[in-house]
Design a protein around this ligand. Structure first.
Ligand SMILES: Nc1ncnc2c1ncn2[C@@H]1O[C@H](COP(=O)(O)OP(=O)(O)OP(=O)(O)O)[C@@H](O)[C@H]1O
Length: 257
């Protein structure tokens, strides 16, 4: 497997294996994820894409049967180290899911929720965070006059951008996205893709996608997973135009998956 790296690695994944009970879902993964880049994770259903990204913020451990071996370093800190709090990791490494999942609260409360949990109480400070986060998620103009309406009243694409704003409000370093546009219509999808391109100036993004055109449009690096292994990781242009491994070529040309 090739894993070229330019720029600083924010994550270093070393000999990572993960099992759900007896199911060996991730196999000997070695990978570096570069800062301020978009890394796409592609591969057929069940190959371990979601499991992999959910391991980066230890969200996968909500499944009781999970066990892992190997290591993941986030900014040179071992994320499995007993003295590293998972809550701290998740503050730095936020996540956006496949289906928009706003809370049944106002738009404002959805975005202010994380900062409030982190102890911010002053209304003026919260107001500023909410505005900045909604602007960062490219939805401020659409919602600024209805901040106190329930987020459920928004379209799916708007809800997904509220979820991105909710993630930005706690000032993460990395944003993990697990098929964030698969439940959206084409126009909302393009808006979220534009947003991802904008966000990478300030954040590092790892995105799972089923959609190879999407990976080609928005990512700098692409990792192709198959049966829990990384078959190939490279610059996105190179991986899609001139893959090194026959299995990558077969997948990207639609021969399977
Ligand atoms: N909660 C779980 N308990 C047991 N096995 C699981 C669990 N979640 C995933 N798996 C198994 O781990 C493997 C990888 O699944 P994962 O969801 O990571 O794949 P994926 O590539 O994201 O798939 P998809 O594209 O269909 O979402 C599969 O064999 C799956 O059945």
């Amino acid at each position: 497997m090739r894993a070229t790296m330019d720029g600083n690695a924010i994550f270093k994944v070393e000999d990572l294996n993960l099992w759900y009970g007896n199911t060996h879902a991730l196999k000997n993964i070695n990978m570096e994820i570069a800062q301020n880049q978009v890394t796409a994770v592609i591969g057929p259903s069940g190959c371990g894409k979601s499991t992999f990204v959910k391991t980066l913020n230890r969200m996968v451990e909500t499944v009781p049967s999970v066990h892992t071996s190997g290591d993941i370093k986030y900014r040179n800190q071992g994320i499995f180290d007993s003295n590293y709090l998972v809550e701290e990791l998740r503050t730095h490494v936020g996540m956006v899911f496949q289906k928009p999942n706003p809370f049944p609260k106002s738009i404002y409360e959805n975005v202010a929720y994380g900062p409030k949990i982190h102890g911010i109480k002053k209304k003026q400070v919260l107001d500023e965070i909410v505005e900045k986060s909604l602007k960062g998620a490219a939805i401020w103009e659409e919602v600024k006059d209805r901040l106190h309406e329930n987020a459920y009243g928004l379209s799916g694409g708007q809800q997904q951008r509220i979820c991105i704003a909710r993630c930005l409000a706690v000032e993460p370093d990395v944003i993990l996205m697990d098929e964030p546009t698969s439940a959206l219509d084409p126009i909302s999808t393009l808006k979220v893709e534009e947003l991802i391109r904008e966000l990478k100036k300030e954040y590092t993004i790892v995105i799972v996608t089923h959609n190879m055109q999407q990976a080609a449009r928005i990512s700098d690096k692409t990792a192709f997973f198959l049966n829990g292994e990384v078959i190939e990781m490279d610059d996105t242009d190179k991986l899609f135009s001139n893959p090194e491994d026959k299995r990558t070529e077969d997948y990207i040309t639609g021969r399977f998956g």
